[in-house]
Design a protein around this ligand. Structure first.
Ligand code: CAA
Length: 258
């Protein structure tokens, strides 16, 4: 499918979506967010896809919601059209593993979109921030909630109240990103990680993601119980039998995704 605001490619079981409005630093307008949702819908349904990478063209992952599109909105436009809720959160509900490869600015909604992914790989040029306060608003796509869970109250509060950016090293130190890579290695390494994930059993990877995500949304006791029930259910899969047999027989596992 051809898009106006995205580039899409596959490499075997790995899908790569590149946000592609580089002249606007990939600012997230309604069209882009809608197209992103359409592609995620398609790959969620496609059994050939096991892992997806989200990245940005040019100097940015995304420099936030499109300010030029937003500035004319009234309260009733935002509330009435269910701004953000209507089409932004597809990344957060995507059921397969989703990696953000952040190559430059990830600001405002761009930082929030990266945080909706399962983990963030960053290039040394990455810059993260929630600068909405400079525009007379606050983060509106989950930033006050997700950033706080990633980096703790003190740093999240400082970032949201001052709008300052953090560099890749600070983002790694504070737990926002899983790893920092040289800019010219970012996409290759993201693809290697994605291939590794896609080579695992699809249902087991999906349930593992669900279980880690539950830790954000439940108290510890309910989270551990959720994990335990999913763990028990895995003994009903062919892939559990195959994975453990392969270990005992000292050979690579051949998962059937069943
Ligand atoms: N929306 C619309 N256009 C944007 C944009 C955005 N969020 N960010 C950058 N652009 C555009 C600029 O207007 C400029 O376009 P023109 O060439 O037509 O003037 C182009 O992208 C390049 O940007 P700059 O010239 O500003 O580049 P720079 O290197 O000087 O600065 C920057 C880079 C510091 C990232 C700066 O562009 C900037 O501060 N951008 C805005 C960041 C921001 O405030 N994001 C939060 C948006 S609000 C939000 O996201 C709400 C929410 O929570 C959902």
């Amino acid at each position: 499918m051809a898009y106006e605001t995205l580039l899409v490619e596959t490499d075997g079981p790995v899908g790569v979506i590149t946000l592609n409005r580089p002249d606007a630093l990939n600012a997230l307008n309604d069209k882009l967010v809608t197209e992103l949702g359409q592609q995620l819908d398609a790959w969620e349904r496609d059994p050939a896809i096991g892992c997806v990478i989200l990245t940005g063209a040019g100097r940015a992952f995304a420099a936030g919601a499109d300010i030029k599109e937003m500035r004319v909105q009234s309260y009733m436009d935002a509330y009435g059209n269910d701004f953000i809720t209507r089409n932004w959160e597809r990344a957060a509900s995507f059921r397969k593993p989703l990696i953000a490869a952040v190559n430059g600015f990830a600001l405002g909604g761009g930082c929030e979109l990266a945080m909706m992914c399962d983990f963030i790989l960053a290039s040394e040029a990455a810059k993260f921030g929630q600068p909405e306060i400079n525009l007379g608003v606050m983060p509106g796509a989950g930033g006050t909630q997700r950033l706080t869970r990633f980096v703790g109250k003190s740093k999240a509060m400082e970032m949201c109240l001052t709008g300052r950016m953090m560099d890749a090293a600070e983002a790694e130190r504070s737990g926002l990103v899983s790893r920092v890579l040289p800019a010219d290695k970012l996409i290759d390494e993201a693809k290697a990680v994605a291939q590794k994930i896609a080579s695992q059993s699809r249902p087991i990877a999906m349930m593992t993601k669900e279980s880690v995500n539950a830790s954000y949304e439940t108290m510890l006791r309910q989270g551990v119980m959720f994990e335990r029930r999913l763990f028990h259910s895995m003994f009903a899969t062919d892939d559990q039998k195959e994975g453990m047999a392969a270990f005992v027989e000292k050979r690579p596992a051949k998962f059937s995704n069943k």
